[in-house]
Ligand binder design. Structure first.
Ligand code: SDX
Length: 430
Protein backbone atom coordinates (compact mmCIF):
# COMPACT_ATOMS: atom_id res chain seq x y z
CA UNK A 1 0.00 0.00 0.00
CA UNK A 2 1.95 3.10 -1.18
CA UNK A 3 0.95 6.48 0.13
CA UNK A 4 2.00 9.90 -1.10
CA UNK A 5 0.58 11.93 1.77
CA UNK A 6 -1.58 11.89 4.87
CA UNK A 7 -5.06 13.22 5.65
CA UNK A 8 -5.64 14.65 9.09
CA UNK A 9 -8.97 14.50 10.96
CA UNK A 10 -9.50 16.69 14.01
CA UNK A 11 -11.71 14.64 16.37
CA UNK A 12 -12.45 16.69 19.47
CA UNK A 13 -9.08 17.92 20.74
CA UNK A 14 -7.21 15.08 18.96
CA UNK A 15 -5.75 15.08 15.47
CA UNK A 16 -5.75 11.68 13.73
CA UNK A 17 -3.76 11.05 10.54
CA UNK A 18 -4.58 8.56 7.82
CA UNK A 19 -2.64 7.43 4.76
CA UNK A 20 -3.73 8.81 1.38
CA UNK A 21 -3.44 6.09 -1.28
CA UNK A 22 -3.10 7.28 -4.91
CA UNK A 23 -4.63 5.35 -7.84
CA UNK A 24 -3.15 5.09 -11.33
CA UNK A 25 -6.18 7.08 -12.56
CA UNK A 26 -8.88 9.04 -10.74
CA UNK A 27 -9.27 10.16 -7.11
CA UNK A 28 -6.92 9.03 -4.35
CA UNK A 29 -8.46 7.42 -1.27
CA UNK A 30 -7.99 8.04 2.44
CA UNK A 31 -7.48 4.71 4.21
CA UNK A 32 -9.79 5.05 7.23
CA UNK A 33 -9.99 1.34 8.07
CA UNK A 34 -8.75 2.05 11.64
CA UNK A 35 -11.02 5.11 12.09
CA UNK A 36 -13.42 3.35 14.52
CA UNK A 37 -10.50 1.94 16.56
CA UNK A 38 -8.87 5.39 16.66
CA UNK A 39 -11.96 7.54 17.33
CA UNK A 40 -14.79 5.29 18.56
CA UNK A 41 -16.92 6.70 15.72
CA UNK A 42 -18.05 5.38 12.32
CA UNK A 43 -17.98 7.35 9.09
CA UNK A 44 -21.41 7.78 7.43
CA UNK A 45 -22.05 7.46 3.68
CA UNK A 46 -25.30 5.48 3.09
CA UNK A 47 -25.31 5.72 -0.74
CA UNK A 48 -21.51 5.22 -0.93
CA UNK A 49 -21.27 8.51 -2.86
CA UNK A 50 -17.79 9.15 -1.39
CA UNK A 51 -16.71 5.67 -0.39
CA UNK A 52 -14.34 3.27 -2.17
CA UNK A 53 -15.29 -0.28 -1.16
CA UNK A 54 -12.24 -1.96 -2.67
CA UNK A 55 -9.09 -1.62 -4.76
CA UNK A 56 -9.56 -2.85 -8.34
CA UNK A 57 -7.59 -3.06 -11.59
CA UNK A 58 -10.50 -3.98 -13.85
CA UNK A 59 -12.60 -0.98 -14.94
CA UNK A 60 -12.10 2.76 -14.66
CA UNK A 61 -14.79 5.43 -15.12
CA UNK A 62 -14.18 9.19 -15.28
CA UNK A 63 -17.73 10.47 -14.78
CA UNK A 64 -16.90 14.11 -15.56
CA UNK A 65 -15.02 13.33 -18.75
CA UNK A 66 -17.38 10.53 -19.84
CA UNK A 67 -14.55 7.97 -19.99
CA UNK A 68 -14.90 4.18 -19.56
CA UNK A 69 -11.84 1.89 -19.69
CA UNK A 70 -11.76 -1.93 -19.46
CA UNK A 71 -8.26 -2.77 -18.18
CA UNK A 72 -7.14 0.59 -19.60
CA UNK A 73 -8.66 0.20 -23.09
CA UNK A 74 -11.36 2.80 -24.04
CA UNK A 75 -14.81 1.27 -24.51
CA UNK A 76 -15.13 3.03 -27.89
CA UNK A 77 -12.08 1.14 -29.26
CA UNK A 78 -13.14 -2.23 -27.84
CA UNK A 79 -16.67 -1.82 -29.25
CA UNK A 80 -15.33 -0.69 -32.64
CA UNK A 81 -12.48 -3.15 -33.19
CA UNK A 82 -13.06 -6.13 -30.89
CA UNK A 83 -15.74 -8.66 -30.04
CA UNK A 84 -17.47 -9.66 -26.80
CA UNK A 85 -15.41 -12.78 -26.04
CA UNK A 86 -12.22 -10.75 -26.55
CA UNK A 87 -13.52 -8.26 -23.97
CA UNK A 88 -14.41 -11.18 -21.68
CA UNK A 89 -10.82 -12.45 -21.90
CA UNK A 90 -9.52 -8.92 -21.23
CA UNK A 91 -11.75 -8.41 -18.18
CA UNK A 92 -10.98 -11.85 -16.74
CA UNK A 93 -7.21 -12.04 -17.36
CA UNK A 94 -6.13 -8.38 -17.67
CA UNK A 95 -4.66 -8.40 -21.19
CA UNK A 96 -5.99 -8.59 -24.76
CA UNK A 97 -5.53 -12.18 -25.98
CA UNK A 98 -3.08 -13.26 -28.67
CA UNK A 99 -4.59 -15.15 -31.61
CA UNK A 100 -3.93 -18.55 -30.00
CA UNK A 101 -5.12 -17.41 -26.56
CA UNK A 102 -8.34 -16.09 -28.13
CA UNK A 103 -8.94 -19.34 -30.04
CA UNK A 104 -8.36 -21.43 -26.90
CA UNK A 105 -10.70 -19.21 -24.88
CA UNK A 106 -13.44 -19.33 -27.53
CA UNK A 107 -13.12 -23.14 -27.69
CA UNK A 108 -13.38 -23.47 -23.91
CA UNK A 109 -16.45 -21.22 -23.75
CA UNK A 110 -18.08 -22.96 -26.72
CA UNK A 111 -17.76 -26.34 -25.04
CA UNK A 112 -19.60 -25.20 -21.94
CA UNK A 113 -22.67 -23.60 -23.54
CA UNK A 114 -25.01 -26.51 -22.78
CA UNK A 115 -26.68 -26.70 -19.35
CA UNK A 116 -27.44 -29.89 -17.40
CA UNK A 117 -30.49 -31.49 -19.03
CA UNK A 118 -32.30 -31.69 -15.70
CA UNK A 119 -32.20 -27.89 -15.47
CA UNK A 120 -34.81 -28.06 -18.19
CA UNK A 121 -37.32 -28.99 -15.47
CA UNK A 122 -36.70 -25.79 -13.54
CA UNK A 123 -38.32 -23.80 -16.31
CA UNK A 124 -41.56 -25.78 -16.22
CA UNK A 125 -41.90 -24.93 -12.53
CA UNK A 126 -42.48 -21.26 -13.47
CA UNK A 127 -45.67 -19.74 -14.85
CA UNK A 128 -45.30 -18.92 -18.53
CA UNK A 129 -45.93 -15.25 -17.71
CA UNK A 130 -43.26 -15.14 -14.98
CA UNK A 131 -40.87 -12.21 -15.51
CA UNK A 132 -37.77 -13.71 -17.18
CA UNK A 133 -35.59 -12.05 -14.52
CA UNK A 134 -37.33 -14.21 -11.89
CA UNK A 135 -36.42 -17.24 -14.01
CA UNK A 136 -32.80 -16.04 -14.31
CA UNK A 137 -32.39 -15.57 -10.56
CA UNK A 138 -33.80 -19.06 -9.96
CA UNK A 139 -31.93 -20.92 -12.68
CA UNK A 140 -28.54 -19.27 -12.15
CA UNK A 141 -28.73 -19.84 -8.40
CA UNK A 142 -29.60 -23.49 -9.12
CA UNK A 143 -26.39 -24.02 -11.13
CA UNK A 144 -24.60 -24.62 -7.82
CA UNK A 145 -26.80 -27.71 -7.44
CA UNK A 146 -25.24 -29.20 -10.57
CA UNK A 147 -21.62 -28.09 -10.70
CA UNK A 148 -20.12 -29.22 -7.39
CA UNK A 149 -16.66 -29.35 -8.98
CA UNK A 150 -16.58 -25.55 -9.25
CA UNK A 151 -18.02 -24.33 -5.97
CA UNK A 152 -14.80 -24.61 -3.88
CA UNK A 153 -13.71 -21.00 -4.19
CA UNK A 154 -10.31 -21.69 -2.59
CA UNK A 155 -9.34 -23.85 -5.60
CA UNK A 156 -8.00 -21.79 -8.54
CA UNK A 157 -9.05 -24.51 -10.99
CA UNK A 158 -12.62 -24.45 -9.62
CA UNK A 159 -12.69 -20.65 -9.90
CA UNK A 160 -11.49 -20.84 -13.50
CA UNK A 161 -14.02 -23.46 -14.61
CA UNK A 162 -16.83 -21.62 -12.79
CA UNK A 163 -15.89 -18.43 -14.68
CA UNK A 164 -15.92 -20.16 -18.05
CA UNK A 165 -19.20 -21.93 -17.23
CA UNK A 166 -20.92 -18.68 -16.24
CA UNK A 167 -19.87 -16.81 -19.40
CA UNK A 168 -20.76 -19.82 -21.55
CA UNK A 169 -24.10 -20.77 -20.05
CA UNK A 170 -25.78 -17.40 -19.57
CA UNK A 171 -26.86 -17.11 -23.23
CA UNK A 172 -28.48 -20.57 -23.08
CA UNK A 173 -30.23 -19.87 -19.76
CA UNK A 174 -31.40 -16.46 -21.03
CA UNK A 175 -32.58 -17.75 -24.42
CA UNK A 176 -34.49 -20.59 -22.75
CA UNK A 177 -36.16 -18.11 -20.36
CA UNK A 178 -37.39 -16.26 -23.45
CA UNK A 179 -38.48 -19.42 -25.29
CA UNK A 180 -40.32 -20.65 -22.20
CA UNK A 181 -42.19 -17.31 -21.88
CA UNK A 182 -43.51 -17.59 -25.45
CA UNK A 183 -44.25 -21.33 -25.34
CA UNK A 184 -41.72 -22.30 -27.99
CA UNK A 185 -39.36 -25.28 -27.73
CA UNK A 186 -35.85 -24.72 -26.40
CA UNK A 187 -33.13 -24.37 -29.06
CA UNK A 188 -29.78 -25.91 -28.15
CA UNK A 189 -26.48 -24.05 -28.70
CA UNK A 190 -24.76 -24.67 -32.02
CA UNK A 191 -20.98 -24.85 -31.73
CA UNK A 192 -20.16 -23.59 -35.22
CA UNK A 193 -21.72 -20.18 -34.50
CA UNK A 194 -19.96 -17.36 -32.65
CA UNK A 195 -21.22 -16.24 -29.24
CA UNK A 196 -23.78 -13.60 -30.23
CA UNK A 197 -24.98 -15.36 -33.39
CA UNK A 198 -25.50 -18.49 -31.29
CA UNK A 199 -27.55 -16.49 -28.80
CA UNK A 200 -29.78 -14.91 -31.45
CA UNK A 201 -30.37 -18.35 -32.98
CA UNK A 202 -31.29 -19.87 -29.59
CA UNK A 203 -33.78 -17.01 -29.12
CA UNK A 204 -35.37 -16.79 -32.56
CA UNK A 205 -34.91 -20.14 -34.35
CA UNK A 206 -37.84 -22.57 -34.53
CA UNK A 207 -37.64 -26.30 -35.40
CA UNK A 208 -39.82 -25.92 -38.47
CA UNK A 209 -37.40 -23.87 -40.56
CA UNK A 210 -33.74 -23.01 -41.07
CA UNK A 211 -32.69 -19.90 -39.10
CA UNK A 212 -30.24 -17.64 -40.88
CA UNK A 213 -28.29 -15.29 -38.62
CA UNK A 214 -28.20 -11.70 -39.90
CA UNK A 215 -24.50 -10.73 -39.48
CA UNK A 216 -25.32 -7.03 -38.99
CA UNK A 217 -27.73 -7.85 -36.16
CA UNK A 218 -25.32 -10.37 -34.64
CA UNK A 219 -22.57 -7.71 -34.68
CA UNK A 220 -24.95 -5.23 -33.03
CA UNK A 221 -25.86 -7.78 -30.35
CA UNK A 222 -22.17 -8.48 -29.73
CA UNK A 223 -21.42 -4.76 -29.40
CA UNK A 224 -24.32 -4.32 -26.96
CA UNK A 225 -22.81 -7.11 -24.85
CA UNK A 226 -19.42 -5.34 -24.88
CA UNK A 227 -21.02 -2.08 -23.69
CA UNK A 228 -22.72 -3.81 -20.75
CA UNK A 229 -19.83 -6.10 -19.71
CA UNK A 230 -18.53 -4.25 -16.65
CA UNK A 231 -18.87 -0.91 -14.90
CA UNK A 232 -16.70 -0.62 -11.77
CA UNK A 233 -18.46 -0.94 -8.39
CA UNK A 234 -22.11 -0.43 -9.43
CA UNK A 235 -24.91 -1.74 -7.22
CA UNK A 236 -25.07 -5.26 -8.66
CA UNK A 237 -21.29 -5.70 -8.77
CA UNK A 238 -21.07 -4.53 -5.17
CA UNK A 239 -23.77 -7.09 -4.35
CA UNK A 240 -21.72 -9.85 -5.99
CA UNK A 241 -18.60 -8.78 -4.08
CA UNK A 242 -20.44 -8.65 -0.75
CA UNK A 243 -22.03 -12.06 -1.33
CA UNK A 244 -18.65 -13.46 -2.39
CA UNK A 245 -16.93 -12.02 0.70
CA UNK A 246 -18.78 -14.57 2.86
CA UNK A 247 -17.33 -17.42 0.78
CA UNK A 248 -20.58 -18.15 -1.07
CA UNK A 249 -20.15 -20.09 -4.32
CA UNK A 250 -19.89 -18.08 -7.57
CA UNK A 251 -23.27 -19.20 -8.94
CA UNK A 252 -25.05 -17.97 -5.80
CA UNK A 253 -23.12 -14.66 -6.01
CA UNK A 254 -24.10 -14.11 -9.64
CA UNK A 255 -27.74 -14.90 -8.78
CA UNK A 256 -27.52 -12.16 -6.11
CA UNK A 257 -26.13 -9.76 -8.72
CA UNK A 258 -29.00 -10.58 -11.10
CA UNK A 259 -31.52 -9.87 -8.35
CA UNK A 260 -29.96 -6.46 -7.67
CA UNK A 261 -29.67 -5.57 -11.37
CA UNK A 262 -33.43 -6.11 -11.75
CA UNK A 263 -34.30 -2.83 -10.00
CA UNK A 264 -35.56 0.04 -12.26
CA UNK A 265 -32.92 2.41 -10.81
CA UNK A 266 -30.24 0.04 -12.14
CA UNK A 267 -30.43 -2.59 -14.86
CA UNK A 268 -34.22 -2.50 -14.96
CA UNK A 269 -33.99 1.03 -16.39
CA UNK A 270 -33.79 -0.18 -20.00
CA UNK A 271 -37.18 -1.86 -19.66
CA UNK A 272 -38.52 1.17 -17.74
CA UNK A 273 -37.11 3.61 -20.33
CA UNK A 274 -38.90 1.91 -23.20
CA UNK A 275 -42.13 1.72 -21.21
CA UNK A 276 -41.71 5.45 -20.48
CA UNK A 277 -41.25 6.25 -24.19
CA UNK A 278 -44.35 4.18 -24.90
CA UNK A 279 -46.23 6.13 -22.20
CA UNK A 280 -45.10 9.47 -23.67
CA UNK A 281 -46.19 8.22 -27.09
CA UNK A 282 -45.75 11.40 -29.12
CA UNK A 283 -43.31 14.32 -29.03
CA UNK A 284 -46.03 16.83 -28.10
CA UNK A 285 -46.43 15.11 -24.71
CA UNK A 286 -42.73 15.45 -23.82
CA UNK A 287 -43.09 18.78 -21.89
CA UNK A 288 -45.67 17.16 -19.58
CA UNK A 289 -43.21 14.40 -18.67
CA UNK A 290 -40.26 16.77 -18.32
CA UNK A 291 -42.34 18.78 -15.82
CA UNK A 292 -43.19 15.62 -13.90
CA UNK A 293 -39.50 14.61 -13.80
CA UNK A 294 -38.68 18.02 -12.28
CA UNK A 295 -41.53 17.93 -9.75
CA UNK A 296 -40.14 16.97 -6.33
CA UNK A 297 -43.57 15.70 -5.29
CA UNK A 298 -43.78 13.36 -8.27
CA UNK A 299 -41.75 10.13 -7.99
CA UNK A 300 -41.54 10.01 -11.82
CA UNK A 301 -38.01 10.21 -13.22
CA UNK A 302 -36.82 10.21 -16.82
CA UNK A 303 -35.73 6.59 -17.12
CA UNK A 304 -32.47 6.25 -19.01
CA UNK A 305 -31.32 9.65 -17.74
CA UNK A 306 -28.86 10.48 -14.97
CA UNK A 307 -26.11 8.45 -13.38
CA UNK A 308 -24.34 8.24 -10.04
CA UNK A 309 -20.94 8.56 -11.71
CA UNK A 310 -21.42 10.04 -15.19
CA UNK A 311 -21.97 13.79 -14.95
CA UNK A 312 -21.36 13.91 -18.67
CA UNK A 313 -22.73 11.89 -21.56
CA UNK A 314 -22.41 8.14 -20.86
CA UNK A 315 -19.90 7.04 -23.55
CA UNK A 316 -21.88 3.82 -23.93
CA UNK A 317 -25.05 5.78 -24.77
CA UNK A 318 -23.35 7.36 -27.80
CA UNK A 319 -22.30 3.95 -29.14
CA UNK A 320 -25.74 2.54 -28.33
CA UNK A 321 -27.40 5.38 -30.26
CA UNK A 322 -25.18 4.64 -33.30
CA UNK A 323 -25.97 0.91 -33.00
CA UNK A 324 -29.67 1.76 -32.76
CA UNK A 325 -29.57 3.58 -36.09
CA UNK A 326 -27.59 0.70 -37.70
CA UNK A 327 -30.12 -1.91 -36.53
CA UNK A 328 -33.15 0.16 -37.58
CA UNK A 329 -31.72 0.80 -41.04
CA UNK A 330 -30.70 -2.86 -41.49
CA UNK A 331 -34.27 -3.83 -40.64
CA UNK A 332 -35.67 -1.13 -42.92
CA UNK A 333 -37.40 0.60 -40.02
CA UNK A 334 -37.47 4.14 -41.35
CA UNK A 335 -39.33 6.19 -38.77
CA UNK A 336 -39.62 4.41 -35.45
CA UNK A 337 -42.00 6.70 -33.51
CA UNK A 338 -40.29 5.81 -30.24
CA UNK A 339 -36.90 6.79 -31.65
CA UNK A 340 -38.38 10.11 -32.72
CA UNK A 341 -39.72 10.64 -29.20
CA UNK A 342 -36.38 9.56 -27.66
CA UNK A 343 -34.31 11.94 -29.80
CA UNK A 344 -36.71 14.83 -29.20
CA UNK A 345 -36.78 14.07 -25.46
CA UNK A 346 -32.99 14.03 -25.37
CA UNK A 347 -32.78 17.33 -27.23
CA UNK A 348 -35.26 19.06 -24.90
CA UNK A 349 -33.81 17.60 -21.70
CA UNK A 350 -30.22 18.48 -22.60
CA UNK A 351 -31.28 22.13 -22.99
CA UNK A 352 -33.45 22.29 -19.87
CA UNK A 353 -31.78 24.15 -16.95
CA UNK A 354 -32.91 21.48 -14.46
CA UNK A 355 -31.10 18.70 -16.30
CA UNK A 356 -28.14 20.92 -17.17
CA UNK A 357 -27.45 22.03 -13.59
CA UNK A 358 -27.95 18.49 -12.20
CA UNK A 359 -25.75 17.14 -15.03
CA UNK A 360 -28.35 14.59 -16.10
CA UNK A 361 -27.44 12.99 -19.43
CA UNK A 362 -28.73 9.91 -21.26
CA UNK A 363 -27.17 6.73 -19.92
CA UNK A 364 -26.71 3.35 -21.55
CA UNK A 365 -30.34 2.43 -20.93
CA UNK A 366 -31.81 5.31 -22.92
CA UNK A 367 -31.29 3.90 -26.42
CA UNK A 368 -30.80 0.22 -25.61
CA UNK A 369 -34.52 -0.44 -25.28
CA UNK A 370 -35.35 0.81 -28.78
CA UNK A 371 -32.50 -1.26 -30.22
CA UNK A 372 -33.43 -4.45 -28.37
CA UNK A 373 -37.09 -4.12 -29.31
CA UNK A 374 -36.06 -3.73 -32.97
CA UNK A 375 -33.96 -6.91 -32.62
CA UNK A 376 -37.15 -8.70 -31.65
CA UNK A 377 -36.93 -8.88 -27.85
CA UNK A 378 -39.91 -8.07 -25.61
CA UNK A 379 -39.26 -5.38 -22.96
CA UNK A 380 -39.25 -8.01 -20.21
CA UNK A 381 -36.10 -9.50 -21.77
CA UNK A 382 -34.08 -6.25 -21.77
CA UNK A 383 -32.65 -6.61 -18.26
CA UNK A 384 -32.00 -10.31 -18.92
CA UNK A 385 -29.70 -9.26 -21.78
CA UNK A 386 -28.02 -6.76 -19.47
CA UNK A 387 -27.46 -9.58 -16.92
CA UNK A 388 -26.11 -11.89 -19.65
CA UNK A 389 -23.48 -9.32 -20.65
CA UNK A 390 -22.66 -8.18 -17.09
CA UNK A 391 -21.96 -11.73 -15.91
CA UNK A 392 -18.35 -11.52 -17.13
CA UNK A 393 -17.86 -8.28 -15.17
CA UNK A 394 -19.42 -9.75 -12.06
CA UNK A 395 -17.21 -12.85 -12.34
CA UNK A 396 -14.04 -10.83 -13.00
CA UNK A 397 -14.72 -8.63 -9.96
CA UNK A 398 -15.62 -11.68 -7.85
CA UNK A 399 -12.34 -13.41 -8.82
CA UNK A 400 -10.35 -10.27 -8.07
CA UNK A 401 -11.93 -10.08 -4.62
CA UNK A 402 -11.54 -13.80 -3.77
CA UNK A 403 -7.89 -13.75 -4.94
CA UNK A 404 -7.05 -10.66 -2.84
CA UNK A 405 -5.02 -11.94 0.17
CA UNK A 406 -6.31 -9.00 2.24
CA UNK A 407 -9.95 -9.89 1.50
CA UNK A 408 -12.28 -10.13 4.54
CA UNK A 409 -16.04 -10.51 4.90
CA UNK A 410 -17.84 -7.24 4.13
CA UNK A 411 -19.73 -6.05 7.20
CA UNK A 412 -20.77 -2.36 7.27
CA UNK A 413 -21.85 -0.71 10.56
CA UNK A 414 -24.70 1.81 11.15
CA UNK A 415 -25.90 4.97 12.84
CA UNK A 416 -28.44 3.59 15.35
CA UNK A 417 -31.34 5.95 16.05
CA UNK A 418 -33.80 3.37 17.41
CA UNK A 419 -35.09 2.98 20.96
CA UNK A 420 -32.56 2.99 23.84
CA UNK A 421 -32.52 -0.13 26.08
CA UNK A 422 -35.88 -0.72 27.78
CA UNK A 423 -37.44 -3.49 29.96
CA UNK A 424 -39.92 -6.08 28.67
CA UNK A 425 -43.53 -5.19 29.53
CA UNK A 426 -46.02 -8.06 30.16
CA UNK A 427 -48.95 -7.86 27.74
CA UNK A 428 -51.46 -7.21 30.52
CA UNK A 429 -49.59 -4.00 31.39
CA UNK A 430 -49.22 -2.59 27.83
C1 SDX B 1 -27.35 1.82 -14.66
O1 SDX B 1 -23.80 2.49 -11.29
C2 SDX B 1 -23.68 2.08 -12.52
O2 SDX B 1 -22.61 2.02 -13.08
C3 SDX B 1 -24.96 1.60 -13.15
C4 SDX B 1 -24.90 1.26 -14.64
C5 SDX B 1 -24.03 0.06 -14.90
O3 SDX B 1 -23.55 -0.09 -16.02
O4 SDX B 1 -23.93 -0.80 -13.98
O5 SDX B 1 -24.40 2.35 -15.37
C6 SDX B 1 -26.29 0.91 -15.19
O6 SDX B 1 -27.91 1.53 -13.65
C7 SDX B 1 -27.59 3.15 -15.34
C8 SDX B 1 -28.65 4.03 -14.58
C9 SDX B 1 -30.03 3.52 -14.99
N1 SDX B 1 -31.08 4.15 -14.17
C10 SDX B 1 -31.93 5.03 -14.71
O7 SDX B 1 -31.86 5.49 -15.85
C11 SDX B 1 -33.05 5.43 -13.77
C12 SDX B 1 -33.23 6.96 -13.79
N2 SDX B 1 -32.06 7.57 -13.15
C13 SDX B 1 -32.16 7.90 -11.75
O8 SDX B 1 -32.93 7.05 -10.99
C14 SDX B 1 -30.82 8.28 -11.14
O9 SDX B 1 -30.22 9.16 -12.02
C15 SDX B 1 -29.81 7.20 -10.79
C16 SDX B 1 -30.41 6.16 -9.92
C17 SDX B 1 -29.28 6.57 -12.03
C18 SDX B 1 -28.67 7.87 -10.06
O10 SDX B 1 -29.13 8.20 -8.81
P1 SDX B 1 -28.23 9.12 -7.84
O11 SDX B 1 -26.82 9.22 -8.23
O12 SDX B 1 -28.54 8.67 -6.46
O13 SDX B 1 -28.76 10.54 -8.15
P2 SDX B 1 -29.87 11.21 -7.33
O14 SDX B 1 -31.03 10.28 -7.29
O15 SDX B 1 -29.29 11.69 -6.07
O16 SDX B 1 -30.19 12.43 -8.30
C19 SDX B 1 -29.53 13.63 -8.14
C20 SDX B 1 -30.59 14.68 -8.46
C21 SDX B 1 -31.86 14.49 -7.63
O17 SDX B 1 -32.44 15.76 -7.47
P3 SDX B 1 -32.13 16.59 -6.08
O18 SDX B 1 -32.50 15.65 -4.93
O19 SDX B 1 -30.67 16.91 -6.13
O20 SDX B 1 -33.02 17.80 -6.18
O21 SDX B 1 -30.99 14.53 -9.83
C22 SDX B 1 -32.36 14.17 -9.88
C23 SDX B 1 -32.75 13.67 -8.51
O22 SDX B 1 -34.12 13.92 -8.26
N3 SDX B 1 -32.46 13.11 -10.87
C24 SDX B 1 -33.40 13.01 -11.79
C25 SDX B 1 -33.07 11.87 -12.54
N4 SDX B 1 -31.98 11.31 -12.05
C26 SDX B 1 -31.60 12.07 -11.01
N5 SDX B 1 -34.49 13.77 -12.06
C27 SDX B 1 -35.26 13.37 -13.10
N6 SDX B 1 -35.01 12.29 -13.87
C28 SDX B 1 -33.93 11.52 -13.62
N7 SDX B 1 -33.69 10.46 -14.36
Amino acid sequence: MTTDSQAQFNVGSDAVNYDVMPGTEGPSVVNISSFYKDTGMFTYDPGFTSTASCESKITYIDGDAGVLLYRGYPIEQLAEHGDFLESCYLLLYGELPTMSQKQDFVNRVTRHTMIHEQMNRFYSGFRRDAHPMAVMVGCVGALSAFYHDSTDITDPQAREIASIRMVAKMPTIAAWAYKYSIGQPFVYPQNDLDYSANFLRMCFAVPCEEYKVNPVLARAMDRIFILHADHEQNASTSTVRLAGSSGANPFACIAAGIACLWGPAHGGANEAALNMLDQIGTADRIPEFIDRAKDKNDPFRLMGFGHRVYKNYDPRARIMQKTCHEVLSELGIKDDPLLEVAMELEKIALNDPYFVEKKLYPNIDFYSGITLRALGFPTTMFTVLFALARTVGWIAQWKEMVEDPAQRIGRPRQLYTGSPKREYMPIAQR
